[in-house]
Design a protein around this ligand. Structure first.
Ligand SMILES: C[S@@+](CC[C@H](N)C(=O)[O-])C[C@H]1O[C@@H](n2cnc3c(N)ncnc32)[C@H](O)[C@@H]1O
Length: 265
């Protein structure tokens, strides 16, 4: 693993899991003082709040389909006293954003789960001013992500089983030619892919990491499909696999992501 994660082990959260990825995305976004930023699939809103701080004379709007995520994001932003940030519960595929309102649309792993990516990116494009930018982070292919290679075999689930179970596909934007075609058809140009090769953080120790991974939707769904005795064995396999990645500063697994950037034509 090519990690530079020299920090004391900290409690795990989604923001902690992606701390190193977040820094790469922040740099790539290059948000300016007056930018108006749209954060797609903003979740708990860390990237939206960061955008608002980077654009004190602009604004940031975070949207997510999850009402709970939006409520949590609003609470944190209010507690932090941010005045130029807002959150809306919205499906980015169809929400009537104000046309040509935003300079930049960003996303940290929030654009991989669309039922209709063509509609979603066309809708995002309409919200951007001409030449406005899209900068989003998405996972590279499954086989390039150590975290997937550790979790799925431990649980005894293959790719086909996951697809058959109707799980959302975190690798749906992994293929550069396919994504370029989708973005160009949605009105974007100059599509680029920059590799981010940083590990994900799963917690300060194996017990914390196991709890964290058991909270993933794919894990809980897989365990529910097993009998109690098979599920118990799968959990022990997972514990063993995570233990193999424990270090003095926590449990880290390799990953590869893309930063996908494009410009509205
Ligand atoms: C992996 S999470 C990432 C959350 C956030 N960007 C972060 O990095 O903390 C993906 C998010 O995308 C949201 N999402 C999925 N489909 C969406 C859609 N059609 N419109 C808006 N948000 C969506 C989910 O609710 C979830 O919060």
């Amino acid at each position: 693993m090519d990690a530079d994660h020299q920090q004391p082990a900290q409690p795990v959260s989604y923001d902690a899991e992606l701390r190193l990825h977040n820094e790469a995305l922040r740099r790539a976004c290059g948000i300016q003082l007056r930018d108006h930023v749209l954060d797609i699939g903003c979740g708990a809103g860390q990237t939206t709040r960061q955008a608002a701080r980077a654009a004190p004379a602009g604004s940031a709007l975070g949207v997510d389909v999850s009402a709970a995520a939006i409520a949590g994001a609003r609470e944190v932003a209010q507690a932090e006293g941010l005045r130029n940030v807002a959150f809306e519960r919205a499906d980015a595929q169809a929400y009537p954003f104000p046309p040509e309102r935003f300079d930049l649309a960003i996303s940290r792993f929030g654009t991989m789960f669309f039922d209709d990516p063509a509609a979603a990116f066309a809708n995002t494009g309409r919200a951007l001013r001409p030449a406005g930018r899209l900068v989003m982070m998405a996972w590279q292919a499954r086989e390039r992500n150590e975290w997937d290679a550790v979790i799925r075999p431990s649980l005894g689930i293959g790719q086909a089983a996951a697809a058959a179970a109707g799980e959302p596909d975190p690798f749906s934007l992994a293929d550069p030619p396919a994504v370029t075609r989708i973005l160009e058809a949605a009105g974007f140009a100059g599509v680029t892919f920059t590799e981010v090769r940083e590990p994900v953080y799963y917690g300060p120790d194996v017990t914390a990491a196991l709890d964290w991974v058991r909270g993933f939707q794919c894990t809980s769904q897989a365990l529910e499909r097993l009998s109690p005795s098979h599920a118990a064995r799968a959990v022990e396999r997972l514990r063993g696999a995570l233990a193999a990645h424990a270090t003095d500063d926590g449990v880290w697994l390799g990953s590869r992501a893309w930063i996908i950037a494009a410009q509205r034509r």
